[in-house]
Design a protein around this ligand. Structure first.
Ligand code: 2AM
Length: 217
């Protein structure tokens, strides 16, 4: 592991915001991004940002990454397909805050999510009290027009994707900023070919300068 114990008394550990998600293939992200529009007040997630969250971890000391990685890497790589299905909302009335595309009931996805939950707990994090609800957030809303929202939900209620292959998952860091959060993939599971053991922790990471797996929300 790269995070070596340090004797530098000035070393300050950093808090980082983490979550685990399924990255989605380009074609399905393009199709989902094509649904955007028609709901004034909605902030649509850009195509490259779309993902299915499996576990939100939140702010943690980056020194805990090696323990988390050691548990996540033990999970047998997934190999199944997932069908995205239906459209819905979180919140009610004027307080609807999220528009999402759901997923067809899928035992393999539930098993993967349960293994990830167990791994996160074994790594020393508190359990997630909320029940897992598989979804891909399409838009975040504030005071969205209720009629247009209803129309959007009715128009996309029958959404159904082709089977989406799932062969891995990833740990992401969320960088909160004035323009919203930006997401950076910090480790794929299984680790990608040629990747060293251990997490590519990036001290001093500057979201403005980094390209690649970086999401802007
Ligand atoms: P979402 O899955 O509904 O979009 C990073 O913030 C990701 O973790 C987002 O995709 C977000 O929601 C998800 N998430 C789950 N619980 C969260 C929480 N309590 N705070 C922030 N993000 C959360």
């Amino acid at each position: 592991m790269r995070a070596e114990p340090t004797t530098d008394s000035h070393a300050v550990s950093q808090m980082i915001r983490l979550f685990i998600a399924l990255p989605l293939p380009f074609d399905i992200r393009a199709r989902l991004a094509g649904l955007a529009g028609g709901v004034p007040g909605a902030r649509w997630v850009e195509a490259e940002d779309l993902h299915l969250t499996l576990r939100f971890i939140g702010e943690v000391d980056e020194g805990r990454l090696p323990d988390l990685d050691a548990e996540l890497i033990r999970i047998e790589p997934p190999d199944f397909s997932l069908v995205l299905d239906g459209c819905g909302q979180f919140g009610t009335g004027r307080k609807i805050h999220t528009l999402w595309i759901g997923a067809e009931r899928n035992e393999a996805l539930s098993r993967l999510q349960a293994k990830i939950e167990a791994a996160v707990i074994r790594a020393g994090f508190p359990p997630e009290p909320r029940k897992f609800s598989a979804h891909v957030t399409l838009a975040r809303l504030k005071d969205a027009n209720p009629e247009r929202l209803t129309r959007f939900l009715a128009g996309n209620g029958l959404f159904r994707s082709a089977p989406v292959p799932v062969t891995g998952f990833a740990l992401y860091q969320s960088h909160l900023g004035h323009g919203g959060a930006r997401y950076q993939k910090i480790q794929a599971y299984p680790h990608e070919d040629g990747e060293e053991e251990g997490l590519p922790i990036m001290p001093g990471f500057d979201p403005e300068e980094t390209e690649g797996h970086l999401w802007k929300v």
